[in-house]
Design a protein. Structure first.
Lengths: 629, 141, 429
């Protein structure tokens, strides 16, 4: 069968030899020009190109070949290296994305540093787009400019930075526990930082979960049971982060633990309703703990939106509550004659109002006191509301349930079934437009204490009025306040106030500072399934970073010529990554933090800092070769 | 063929194309076999923010007819680099004005991996311009 | 011929779409050896065939290509394209995948992807990669950023004229190539088989695919893609620039009569995205989305939806009762008109897009004992705290194979599957 990777891929992970060619000061450049079976040679006179470069000083070998990527083609290079005729390689063929790694492999096989090689793209950028004499002329110039680049190339080594196999998980909710468990199973040391004395986070307040009807408590207990079997997990409860510095592989973190007056009569590992698993090691006095870790998983979670004073009657009318409170009350609910009793009060009619504190629209909704609007959808509330409504209708069929919504978003697997079931069981739905929100008022004389008025889109804007015993405001998700960590760790925050990933698809659980990962609802609203998936995605990234005990980094980072550097510090001023550059008489670059963007190169008044492998000096030589021709 | 000679001598265009976006974009044009003027020389760069102001001016001094910086735009993989680049080019434009180089000879644009049409448009526009203007004449201060 | 070669890997990943690629990369990055089995001639799955992706409007190619090439160049990952999975079994800690690789009718070690065969092939057939809206050759590379860059010959349509063999500079063409059977033994498997769209011709009320200028959302993706069939937004029947385009949501989802009672989760967002892209290429066109609920639930999605509304895209809350051919090849939609108190009204559009739903691409029946759930997607044994664990120990799943999901959620879940598989191999072997 055929494998479809790069042909001739070097399967052995060859270590790059240290400066093999450092002493080989005279450049001996081998140039290999490909016909590509006519793809290049039909439009470019390949022999003429070869002719045009063979007398350039330093060029010791020039070959043309029908297919440089074939085994015989690669062997040409290997042979020339082994015989000592060349110590730099220029290949002129197709786009480097196709065969750069092929030729690097060949060079490695011949025991030469694979970075002493440059690639001229004379197919995609010459023979396939130009024709005749101009094509040949351009190909010659590109090969010449590649030769000039190759002349200045230096052997590069993949950078290795020692990394601690120790991960700090910030937050002991579902996502933090999930990630901690994954990493503990990898054999890493795991430190779970949690501000309360409990594990389980917000999920501890939930009851049965949509759509599977599992108890949230069971999931928390399951994760905790598995976690407590792992021997390298430390729970730092009642703790907050007090300092943070370092870089991938070696972060120095201080945690401060404070005494707490939480329930002490509980035993370790016991689940306390609405609070989580009690971890019985509350400190007697303030403690400071310093740990060094290789990576951090942020699992700081969310809190629920607190409605503003009198938003839908909240805090003003007694029978107005939030979904979070309702779920807790409902755990102790009773049923008499098919009617729901909550806190000993008969609930003959109950209404849910969706999107309270979510999907807010500028110009329609009131910003909070800080001027914030939560424009996003909180994602989980439709399903949890419908499940609550469906449960009520199942256990208390004589209680009427009214659901005021904008869009029903039962998007997830089996969630639509809850919606269907709620409809079948008689939940009454009313749809409102954001600019005509339901009005919740006191109903002084009626049978029911509360009256809700709205224009129902489902019945083509009919004005309706419903009287109820209880209104449940379906409040959304907002991120926990972690501003001190955001400042300490320099975490990026989006306009929605959640932590911001580098890119939702390319690097969805990473932030720009390498070694810090995102798990769960600190990043965006998610349900438990999605939080766990995100947490595991963060775990796998942490594993890949640390499992070898060292981190391998691209060698393409800034390097300072200490002879030239005068310590002006212009590089430090422009560097986008904190602590990458240090000035101690001369500039010093931390290669573990440098991304190799080269912004420093452009501003150095002494031309003393350049990016390895992609240096400005090489570009200048290339441009000279191009413009001189 | 005097005109052709002139073209060949006078009208080289340097393109700085980012490794992540514009360089594969240029390859995509190749795969489509869409032809464009051969006086264009594409340099594969990681982030064009590497190049100082003088690099651009020196190119013009050496007779380069035009420079197109094909970046990744807002999708730049390097933190803050795109905005720094835009600022850098503002400085270059100022220097070009001082030296009386037509500022149209330098263009900043974003090209993605499959932006064939955008690539061709940029290259053709710059080529027309460079033909019209001829080689740059610098005013030495 | 069928000497069954046996290959050993740590993990076999079934499906080379974005889920499979991400899973393989995340496993390969942990040091595991991974095989990706892909049925098509290229990896990349549905994602590489899309135009731009919500909510960032990045071009799909720019996001998928780096992952495709990362997998292709990865020291620990081996790609097998054109492969049919005959059986996937788990016995005593070992996963065995029995595979047939279909012939490309050329030697992949010789092919240099130059497309000379394609340029010289005289046979034109409908191009499925372009939603059947244009033609391709019988010898071809599926599309410009396909990986591997290898041609194949579509024997069903090949006229055996021999031209490709004549022009091939490497003598790669081999008309007598046979399918090849082989076996992969691995410690774990990850099922990332992705999805298919619900059939466009299923619903009687929607014309069963017989009405002109009613296209599927994937066809619209191609029309909007940079290398699309028309290179601009036109309607298929007459090449006219449509002045009014409508999207019909839930055309294949949330519909018990079609056996798809669930929400397909991505259609709201892709319809909004397509409208945004259309408003760029056809600034004067009227764009309408007929919907039941707009489900813009992900990060940045609601804001995306509100932007679309602010741009003037019309959202009509109504289920479409029926579709018929209107005047001048237009499409007539019958719907409950809000403004007329719910009476049935008719509106005509130049082009109508069916936002079809999602069904599983792969049915394990007869191939693998992995359990399906009632929705026919792969069953998740612990959907909450370990969403990638299936009914078979050592087999995991990620992405749309276990239910509709957008790209963001698929990528996260792929990482999760790689974590579970990695930990499984660490502990049970």
């Amino acid at each position: 069968m055929s494998k479809d990777n790069d042909k001739n891929k070097d399967d052995e992970a060859t270590d790059i030899n240290e400066n093999t060619d450092a002493n080989d000061t005279v450049e001996k450049i081998g140039v290999y020009i490909c016909h590509c079976g006519g793809n290049i040679s039909d439009h470019v006179d390949v022999e003429k190109v070869a002719e045009s470069v063979k007398n350039i000083p330093g060029v010791t070998k020039v070959h043309t070949n029908s297919f440089m990527c074939s085994d015989p083609g690669q062997e040409l290079i290997e042979k020339d290296i082994k015989s000592g005729s060349i110590n730099r390689v220029v290949v002129a063929s197709c786009a480097p994305s196709l065969h750069e790694s092929t030729f690097r492999g060949a060079i490695k096989r011949a025991d030469m540093n694979p970075f002493l090689y440059d690639h001229a793209n004379i197919r995609e950028q010459v023979s396939w787009v130009h024709d005749g004499e101009p094509a040949t002329a351009k190909a010659s110039i590109l090969v010449k400019s590649s030769i000039e680049k190759a002349r200045g190339l230096k052997a590069l080594d993949v950078l290795k930075v020692d990394a601690k196999k120790h991960v700090l998980i910030v937050g002991g909710g579902i996502a933090g526990m999930r990630s901690g468990l994954d990493l503990a199973k990898q054999g890493f040391e795991v430190a779970i930082l949690e501000k309360s004395p409990f594990l389980g986070g917000q999920a501890s307040k939930l009851s049965r979960l949509a759509p599977s009807y599992e108890y949230a408590k069971d999931l928390i207990v399951e994760l905790y049971t598995q976690l407590s079997k792992q021997n390298k997990v430390t729970f730092y409860t009642c703790a907050e982060m007090s300092s943070f510095k370092g870089y991938i592989g070696n972060f120095d973190v201080t945690l401060t633990r404070e005494p707490s007056d939480a329930v002490k009569s509980k035993s370790k590992g016991e689940f306390v309703e609405n609070r989580g698993i009690f971890i019985d090691n509350i400190p007697k006095e303030t403690e400071e703990i310093a740990i060094t870790i290789g990576a951090v998983v942020m699992a700081t979670g969310f809190k629920t939106y607190e409605p503003a004073e009198d938003e839908f009657g909240f805090n003003k009318l007694e029978p107005v509550t939030t979904l979070e409170q309702f779920i807790q009350d409902y755990k102790k609910a009773e049923t008499k004659k098919g009617i729901l009793y909550l806190n000993n009060k008969k609930i003959k009619r109950i209404a849910f109002i969706h999107c309270v504190g979510s999907r807010q629209i500028p110009g329609i909704h009131e910003p909070d006191k800080n001027g914030n609007l939560n424009e996003y959808c909180s994602r989980t509330c439709c399903s949890s509301t419908l499940q609550a409504a469906e449960r009520i209708k199942t256990t208390c069929p004589n209680t009427d349930v009214f659901d005021f919504y904008r869009d029903i978003r039962t998007y997830g697997r089996f969630q639509e079934d809850i919606y269907d079931s709620a409809s079948e069981k008689g939940v009454m739905f009313f749809r409102f437009e954001p600019d005509a929100q339901p009005e919740v008022t006191e109903n002084k004389n009626g049978k029911f204490p509360i009256s809700i008025k709205t224009k129902d889109v489902l019945t083509f804007n009919e004005e309706i009025e419903v009287d109820v015993d209880l209104v449940v405001l379906v409040t959304g998700i907002i991120p926990n306040d972690i501003s001190s960590m955001i400042n300490m760790m320099k975490l990026p925050v989006g306009t929605d106030k959640f932590l911001q990933e580098v890119h939702p698809k390319l690097r969805p659980v990473e932030v720009a500072n390498t070694g810090i990962l995102l798990a769960g609802t600190c990043q965006a609203p998610m349900d438990i399934t999605e939080s766990c998936a995100a947490a595991q995605a963060a775990s796998v990234k942490a594993t890949a970073l640390l499992y070898k005990g060292f981190v391998e980094l691209d060698p393409f980072v800034a390097q300072v010529d200490t002879e030239l550097c005068k310590g002006h510090g212009e590089c430090l001023k422009v560097c986008p990554v904190d602590n990458t550059i240090e000035i101690d008489k001369v500039a010093k670059v931390n290669p573990a933090l440098c991304t190799g963007c080269g912004i420093c190169t452009a501003v150095c008044p002494e031309n003393a800092i350049d990016v390895m492998g992609w240096s400005l000096k090489q570009y200048e030589k290339m441009v000279d070769a191009i413009l001189a021709a | 063929m005097a005109t052709q000679d002139k073209e060949k001598k006078d009208a080289k265009i340097i393109i700085l194309a980012t490794e992540a976006c514009a360089y594969p974009g240029a390859n995509s044009v190749g795969q489509a076999h869409s032809s464009y003027p051969a006086n264009t020389y594409i340099l594969r760069v990681r982030a064009p923010v590497l190049f100082p102001e003088d690099f651009y001016i020196d190119c013009f001094k050496k007779g380069c007819g035009g420079i197109i910086v094909m970046s990744c735009g807002e999708e730049c993989p390097y933190d803050g680099a795109y905005h720094a680049l835009a600022k850098r080019l503002d400085n270059v434009y100022k220097m070009m004005k001082e030296k009386e180089i037509e500022i149209k000879r330098l263009r900043l644009t974003a090209i993605c991996t499959v932006c064939n049409r955008a690539f061709l448009k940029e290259v053709n526009q710059m080529n027309t311009l460079v033909k019209e203007l001829g080689p740059p004449v610098l005013k030495e201060n | 011929m069928n000497s069954r070669k046996k290959l050993n890997f740590d993990t076999v990943v079934i499906g080379g779409g974005i889920a499979g690629l991400q899973t393989a990369i995340d496993l390969g990055d942990q040091g595991f050896k991974v095989a990706i089995i892909e049925k098509d001639a290229t990896i990349g799955g549905t994602m590489i065939r899309l135009s731009k992706v919500f909510p960032t409007l990045d071009c799909a190619s720019c996001i998928t290509t780096p992952k495709m090439s990362e997998a292709a160049h990865h020291d620990n990952i081996t790609l097998f394209t054109m492969c049919t999975l005959n059986a996937l079994d788990k016995e005593s800690n070992k996963v065995t995948a029995s595979i047939t690789q279909q012939p490309r009718y050329l030697d992949p070690d010789k092919c240099i992807g130059c497309r000379q065969c394609e340029y010289n092939c005289p046979v034109y057939v409908l191009d499925e990669e372009q939603g059947d809206l244009t033609l391709r050759k019988a010898a071809y590379i599926p599309f410009s950023n396909a990986i591997p860059q290898l041609a194949l010959i579509d024997v069903e349509n090949c006229s055996l004229c021999g031209k490709c063999a004549k022009v091939c500079p490497t003598d790669a063409i081999d008309y007598f190539q046979e399918p090849e059977d082989f076996i992969i033994e691995a410690r774990t498997a990850v099922v990332t088989t992705g999805f298919n769209m619900t059939p466009a011709d299923q619903k009687k009320e929607y014309g069963q695919g017989k009405i002109e200028n009613v296209i599927t959302a994937l066809q619209m993706e191609r029309i909007l893609a940079p290398h699309g069939p028309y290179m601009r937004a036109l309607r298929p029947s007459d090449g006219k620039e449509p002045e009014s385009i409508a999207f019909i949501q839930c055309a294949g989802s949330r519909d018990k009569s079609l056996g798809v009672s669930y929400c397909s989760r991505v259609c709201c967002m892709y319809a909004i995205k397509q409208c945004m892209l259309l408003s760029g290429s056809l600034p004067l066109a009227d764009l309408t989305i007929y919907y039941m609920d707009i489900r813009a639930f992900g990060k940045g999605y609601e804001q995306f939806y509100q932007n679309a509304k602010a741009m003037g895209i019309e959202f009509v809350k109504s289920k479409i009762a029926s579709i018929s051919q209107g005047a001048d090849q237009s499409v007539a939609l019958k719907y409950e008109a809000q403004e007329e108190g719910g009476k049935l009204a008719t509106r005509e559009h130049d082009l109508v897009v069916l936002s079809l739903g999602i069904v599983p691409e792969w049915d394990p029946t007869g191939i693998c004992d992995i359990a399906k759930d009632t929705d026919q997607f792969i069953q998740c044994k612990m959907p909450k705290i370990a969403p990638t664990i299936t009914s078979i120990e050592g087999m995991f799943t990620a992405g749309v194979a276990s239910g509709p999901k957008d790209i963001v959620d698929t990528i996260a879940e792929s990482g999760a599957a790689a974590m579970e598989a990695g930990n499984y191999m660490k502990h049970y072997h």
